[in-house]
Ligand binder design. Structure first.
Ligand code: TPP
Ligand code: SF4
Length: 533
């Protein structure tokens, strides 16, 4: 990969290649399927990529670079944009001096997510232009276009991908590298970037003016294409749905939208007027259909049952036939399981045996909810295990919050601050499962591992010191695989103590333990060489 002009790439890899060719100075993000490979590939290509503790920080770091005139990209999965929404909305006001691409990788069908929220709504709510590629070639081309749009209008741009686009491999013809002509340089612009109300009010108006200009430009933008066909039937679509539509209805006229916010309403109206029936086919919420109808254009939309799950060629054929009968149930797959010998197994055995109420979190350990453990009672979003509410005392005494190390750094620390500040009257037990990696998304590093995205040594947060620093004195360290009896004993004692207790269950993930040794060995070698020099 790299210099070749024609290669088979996933959408994620294509975005990374475009970022590299565009001379993006900084790629930052937090892992999350299906977005993770973008930064990993960008780093392999030689780009400056780094994991942030969470998506909010990632977006803020990228914004800072874009304030200084650099091209920057922030990557995340759809729910990550909830975490990053705060800076996103106001970054639309401040705008940027360089380019800022925010990648939201949505997961319709919830292949590996806790919900299937449709992040197209964020483009409208925050007021940022949105591009939706349909395959890897477009992922490459649109990422480059996103840089152009961002620089031209000095505005963050949302590049919205979905699982199939992120992970399917299609041929990509790439162009020559085209880095920015100027080096980053921070120029002070107090009224443009300090969003006190007096400066934010005009910034809000500037944003609306930019969006009006982009909308006018979008009317003739080549990112939206008409594929001429039978004029009795037209389909308006975007993203991956376009691929399925072409296969399911090759005879139809199609308006394929690429820059989907702000919508090119005149172009859409002209298309709809030119066909007898016009149907909008889109995955997820009926966002496109409703936006088009709101502009006074008559279009039909899919039956409500197709709002859920990914679309496919057979499902689009059903939509075209207005078939609302029950769909065939998918063939049940093998349920996922914790790896044999995984240290999380010992933790969930202990929680099961102690009959705890387990406020769970997201990671490999969420599998503790399945048999044989069935030891999890809630799991909502990253960090939610710690901020649990108040139960009647007899039940509150049995509650244990269980959170992974990456998740703890991402959004568990503030929950623990809340506990130290408003201690539960019956005490509480927080169990941090420190396996020295972000296992669930493919073993990424995080600030608790002491290694960078490229697995090189860096600053390391020591959870026990951090927790003690919050004023929590009862902190225990245990290796759950080596000493399950001690873990069980600690758990019982802690539950009975009526104090706030943090237990850190530390044992590297089995699948990464060997690699960690290699990284450590490589780091020691570098240190020795430096000392010898
Ligand atoms: C806001 C948000 N960002 C990212 C994700 C994807 N994700 C789910 S769990 C997880 C972290 C898992 O790592 P850890 O907590 O260390 O547990 P492990 O899998 O290692 O057991 C990530 C990145 C998500 N679900 N939500
Ligand atoms: S990948 Fe690691 S943490 Fe996840 S189940 Fe396997 S051993 Fe456990």
């Amino acid at each position: 990969m790299g210099d070749s002009k024609r290669e088979l790439l996933s959408g994620d890899e294509a975005v990374a290649l475009a970022a590299f060719h565009a001379g993006v100075a900084l790629g930052t993000g937090y892992p999350g399927t299906p977005s993770t490979e973008i930064l990993e590939t960008f780093s392999e290509l030689g780009g400056h990529a780094q994991w942030a503790p969470n998506e909010k920080v990632a977006l803020e770091v990228a914004l800072g670079a874009a304030f200084a005139g650099a091209r920057a990209i922030a990557t995340m999965k759809h729910v990550g944009l909830n975490v990053a929404a705060d800076p996103l909305f106001t970054a639309a006001y401040t705008g940027v001096s360089g380019a800022l691409i925010v990648v939201s990788a949505d997961d319709p069908g919830m292949g590996s997510s806790q919900n299937e929220q449709d992040n197209r709504h964020y483009a409208v709510a925050a007021g940022v232009p949105m591009l939706e590629p349909s395959d890897s070639q477009e992922a490459y081309d649109f990422a480059l276009r996103a840089v152009e749009i961002s620089e031209r209008w000095k505005i963050p741009v949302l590049l919205r991908l979905t699982t199939r686009v992120c992970h399917s491999r299609t041929i990509v013809r790439s162009g020559a590298a085209n880095p920015p002509s100027q080096s980053p340089n921070f120029v002070r612009d107090i009224k443009g970037r300090v969003m006190i109300p007096a400066y934010a009010r005009p910034a809000g108006r500037r944003l609306r003016q930019k969006l009006a200009e982009i909308q006018a430009w979008n009317e003739n933008c080549p990112l939206n294409r008409v594929i001429a066909g039978d004029d009795s039937f037209g389909i308006i679509t975007s993203g991956i749905s376009y691929m399925h539509v072409r296969e399911a209805a090759p005879e139809a006229s199609v308006l394929k939208l690429g820059l989907t916010y702000p919508l090119p309403t005149q172009k859409i109206r002209a298309f709809a007027d030119g066909v007898k029936h016009c149907l909008v086919i889109e995955e997820g919420d009926p966002w496109l259909a409703e936006s088009i109808r709101a502009a006074g254009i008559k279009v039909e939309s899919k039956p409500a049952m197709y709002r859920f799950g990914e679309l496919s060629v057979p499902r689009i054929k059903r939509i075209l036939a207005n078939d609302t009968t029950t769909e065939p149930a998918p063939v049940p797959g093998k349920p996922p399981q914790l790896c044999p010998g995984c240290s999380h197994r010992y933790v969930f055995e202990a929680l099961h045996d102690a009959d705890c109420i387990v406020a769970g979190d997201i990671g490999c350990y969420t599998l503790g909810v399945l048999p044989p453990f069935e030891a999890m009672d809630s799991c909502v979003c990253m960090g939610a295990s710690i901020g649990v509410g108040l139960l009647p005392p007899e039940q509150a005494r049995r509650v244990v919050s269980v959170i992974g190390d990456s998740t703890f750094v991402h959004s568990g620390i503030t929950g623990l601050v809340e506990m130290a500040y408003n201690p539960p009257p019956t005490g509480h037990v927080v169990l941090i499962l420190d396996n020295s990696t972000t296992a669930m998304t493919g073993h990424q590093e995080h600030p608790g591992t002491g290694r960078t995205l490229a697995h090189e040594p860096t600053g390391k947060i020591l959870f026990e010191d951090l927790v003690r620093g919050l004023g929590i004195s009862r902190v225990h360290l245990v290796d759950p695989s080596a000493d399950p009896e001690r873990l069980a004993k600690l758990l019982t004692e802690s539950l009975n103590s009526e104090e706030l207790v943090v237990i850190i269950a530390r044992r590297p993930c089995l699948l990464i333990a060997g690699k960690i040794k290699e990284y450590d060995r490589a780091a020691t070698q570098v240190c020795t060489e430096i000392q010898a020099d």
